[in-house]
Design a protein around this ligand. Structure first.
Ligand SMILES: [Mg+2]
Length: 228
């Protein structure tokens, strides 16, 4: 019997990539208004190239980008960088949201006595900020972040912490995530049931680990849990 539902955060509970795309464009526009040359659409694309190189969680994106653009006047540099950061944070507050139905469903599952858990590769600070911005911060019994282990899924460590904190066996947990490698393979190797958050999945599925269930919408999870 399933006793806990464990979720990945980005692109599983919140529309993280949608936010990243919109915030890159908002930052590009702010930089253009503050003196950076180049069409915002092109600048936004180049910001994503920085993410591709350094990772989506990279925290010096705008300074790395401006340095690459050859801006060496430090006041000019900081003026453009801070405008970009403010635009990024502003879009975080307005764009980063849970997928449709997430909050009521998490509340209903909790009411049914299931433990609601989060296992994210985000840092503790970023995870809690995203949870606070999206209004999800009060809904979890267990939260495991990258800071707890220093390892990324599919490494067993984050999953082991989940088992220890819930005091459950792997077969009592269903793990929901958008990443076939990190989430699905990682949880499967531990012996948990798995559900792919297909609505948020932007990863290639060819040759990827198959989940036990595939969610086209978040709300489909309720029926799946009732059936197992
Ligand atoms: Mg994810």
């Amino acid at each position: 019997m399933i006793r806990a539902v464990a979720f990945d955060l980005d692109n599983t509970l919140i529309n993280f990539m949608g936010f990243k795309r919109k915030s890159a464009l908002a930052a590009a526009r702010a930089m253009a208004r503050n003196g950076l040359k180049g069409a915002p659409g092109k600048v936004a694309k180049e910001i994503f190239e920085v993410y591709d190189e350094y990772g989506i969680e990279y925290e010096k994106t705008f300074s790395t980008y401006l340095w690459k653009k050859g801006i060496r006047d430090f006041n000019e540099f900081e003026k453009i960088q801070q405008a970009a950061i403010v635009a990024y944070l502003d879009s975080q507050f307005h764009v980063l949201k849970p997928y449709r139905g997430v909050v009521p469903l998490l509340k209903r599952l909790r009411k049914r006595g299931l433990k609601i858990c989060l296992v994210t590769d985000a840092t503790r600070k970023n995870a809690w900020r995203r949870l606070a911005v999206s209004g999800l911060q009060g809904l979890f019994d267990v939260v495991v972040t990258h800071d707890d282990t220093g390892e990324f899924k599919p490494h067993p460590s984050p999953f082991r912490i989940l088992l220890r904190k819930t005091r459950l066996k792997p077969e009592q947990i269903i793990f929901v995530g958008d990443n076939p490698h990190r989430d699905i393979l990682g949880a499967k190797k531990m012996g948990m049931r798995t559900a792919l958050a297909d609505y948020g999945c932007e990863w290639p599925k060819k040759g990827a680990t198959k989940a036990d269930f595939v969610l086209r919408r978040f709300g489909e999870l309720e029926k799946i849990i009732s059936g197992i």
